[in-house]
Design a protein. Structure first.
Length: 349
């Protein structure tokens, strides 16, 4: 006879459904397979994932690692149910950082945690992660799906990502940044994945719901604010290979004001002309809604510039043309100068 009572309890009784986890792995295997690239030695399902650097084309590689999340942008995705793009955000926040060191992203791992696993929602998120990997040329070779009852409110989840890339020894960026170098700004497509605690507060102040008509563009407000972060990997790798790139700055939390100085040598700053690009409508709306100053906008948001390429002045025109061919919108922002920090001229708002 089978026993009942306490001895008959199962893991599912405690809120963890192993069968649902297995179903999710089966669902996402085709998405992960799409991301295969030279160097991948094993797929999903093992205790660890294997990658062959020699098969990826490297002879004397230096590895580069990056990790990040999506932040409180997830709150909007959870509240609206529009979760398909946050996986792209997750990849972008990692690989856009990684490529700033001069490295090619090779593989990616994700961590997805929730209170109760909803296979369809989780699959949509991870399929978005796979899409971000495809767009940036890196393989989704592993991850962790954690179902943790009592740790998250119903419907909530969290995401973290981990990217590893490589470059040949001696190719590390930044390198060779000098006074007079030109700053090429690559356009963002919105807020990307930083500053959303303030974004959410501004939406609250505006009195609009996520399903309201977007006041600065098409579709709903929620959909507009969930536009996935742009991936710059393939484009800037092409620029690096063309020559003349001295540094790359991913414009994330801290905006232009905080991120650009991270790649400048001690004793050097930057002069930026705020009239060299048009502030996108989403930032104009946020600044007007919250009465936010230009200085606060520039140290909180990307303000329309998602990546800055610092390059030799005599290569700036050629690199601009190459990046345009790669599909980028390029603005010549200014130059590297003697001094400390970023100096702005012109008008943002």
């Amino acid at each position: 006879m089978s026993k009942t009572g306490k001895n008959g309890m199962t893991y599912a009784d405690a809120g963890v459904d192993i069968d649902a986890g297995n179903a999710l792995v089966d669902r996402i295997k085709p998405a992960a397979k799409r991301t295969n690239r030279p160097g991948v030695m094993s797929g999903l399902g093992g205790f660890g994932a294997l990658f062959d650097l020699k098969a990826a084309g490297y002879t004397d590689p230096v590895l580069v690692a990056a990790t990040d999340g999506v932040g409180t942008k997830l709150r909007i995705a959870i509240d609206t149910g529009v979760v398909d793009g946050v996986g792209i955000d997750l990849v972008a926040m990692c690989v856009n950082d990684l490529v700033c060191q001069g490295a090619e992203p090779l593989f990616f791992l994700d961590y997805f945690a929730t209170g109760k696993l909803e296979t369809e929602t989780a699959a949509r998120i991870i399929e978005g992660i796979a899409e971000g990997c495809v767009q940036s040329g890196c393989a989704l070779i592993g991850g962790e799906t954690a179902e943790m009852p009592g740790m998250y409110p119903e419907g909530d989840f969290d995401l973290a990502g981990f990217a590893v890339g490589a470059m040949e020894r001696g190719a590390t960026l930044p390198e060779g940044v000098a006074e007079g170098d030109v700053l090429l700004g690559l356009a963002s497509n919105g807020v990307h994945s930083n500053g959303y605690s303030l974004v959410r507060r501004l939406v609250e102040v505006s009195g609009l719901g996520w399903d309201a008509d977007c006041p600065f563009g098409d579709g709903t407000l929620g959909e507009a604010l969930l536009t996935p972060t742009r991936l710059y990997v393939r484009q800037v790798l092409a620029a690096i290979r063309a020559g003349g790139v001295h540094a790359l700055a991913h414009i994330t939390g801290g905006g232009l004001t905080e991120n650009l100085p991270r790649v400048l040598p001690e004793g050097m700053g930057a002069d930026i002309d705020l009239d060299s690009w048009e502030l996108p409508p989403v930032f104009k709306w946020m600044a007007a809604t919250g009465g936010i100053s230009a200085a606060e906008m520039l140290k909180t948001f990307n303000c329309g510039i998602g990546m800055i390429v610092v390059c030799a002045a005599d290569q700036a025109d050629a690199l601009s043309a190459l990046l345009l061919e790669q599909g980028e919108t390029v603005s010549r922002l200014g130059t590297v100068s003697a001094g400390v920090g970023v100096t702005y001229e012109g008008t943002l708002l």
